[in-house]
Ligand binder design. Structure first.
Ligand SMILES: *Cc1c(COP(=O)(O)O)cnc(C)c1O
Length: 230
């Protein structure tokens, strides 16, 4: 068995274990294979091992690669996980099923306009900077209810949930409070919106901290190195 196949088997086992530990069903967690910087051959191998969701973080790279990866009848789902500039919104809407990184109303408006021109309703997540790190993109948690409400009112954008990137730390336990904070924020926003909309998705957890994220309620984890590296 090749390295990627072995990595994926182990990853799925570990996700299932984290689900069991926290009383969740393993089908509640979608694994997005983050393929930035990987070759077409590597990505095709991952797809042949059952990967259904591919994530990229640069528009130019994704434009080149996704064309080569999408077979006519493939069910490949595409995710944008990087920082999106407003002037690239149109390209992103063209090629991605889910944009994880909406971090301003201005960006959401640009996505809405591009999606309207394509007759598409674009699924998005709102990126929240729960840790408050200066270097991170994302809206402030205290702005989330209002910003989400405004984004929600855009007709060609559909807000599915929230995304965050935990600060880098050697011990993955340090990420847990940030994951918990994102889940609580989602639940607060849902309570405030009083059933006019419900956010379900939580995109959180990467190669080093996906177990903690799953235990705290992640519905999408974004994994690169654990799939492609030994
Ligand atoms: C690269 C990247 C990932 C995957 O990171 P790994 O540590 O390789 O699993 C996840 N999310 C985002 C936003 C990324 O840029």
């Amino acid at each position: 068995m090749g390295k990627i196949a072995e990595n994926l088997l182990r990853l799925r086992d570990e996700v299932a274990l984290a689900c069991r530990k926290s009383g969740r069903g393993h089908q509640e967690v979608r694994i997005v294979c983050v393929s930035k910087g990987r070759s077409i051959e590597e990505i095709k191998e991952a797809i042949s091992c059952g990967v259904t969701d591919i994530g990229e973080n640069r528009i130019q790279e994704a434009l080149l690669k996704l064309n080569l990866l999408r077979a006519p009848n493939s069910e490949l789902r595409t995710h944008f996980v990087g920082h999106l500039q407003t002037n690239k919104a149109k390209d992103a809407v063209n090629i991605f099923d889910l944009i994880h990184s909406v971090d301003s109303l201005r960006l959401a408006e640009a996505i809405n306009k591009a999606a309207a021109a394509l007759n598409k309703v674009q699924d998005v997540l709102v990126q929240v900077n729960v840790s408050g790190e200066e270097s991170k993109f994302g809206i402030k948690p205290e702005d989330a209810p209002n910003t989400i409400k405004e984004i929600y009112s855009l007709p060609n954008v559909s807000v599915k949930g929230l995304m965050t990137i935990a600060p880098f730390a050697p011990d993955p336990e340090t990420a847990r409070p940030h994951f918990r904070a994102l889940r609580q924020l989602r639940d607060e926003v849902n309570a405030l919106s009083a059933m006019s909309y419900e956010l379900r998705a939580l995109s959180m957890g990467m190669s080093d901290d996906f177990r903690e994220a799953v235990e705290e309620g992640a519905t999408i984890i974004r994994i690169g190195r654990r799939i492609f590296d030994s």
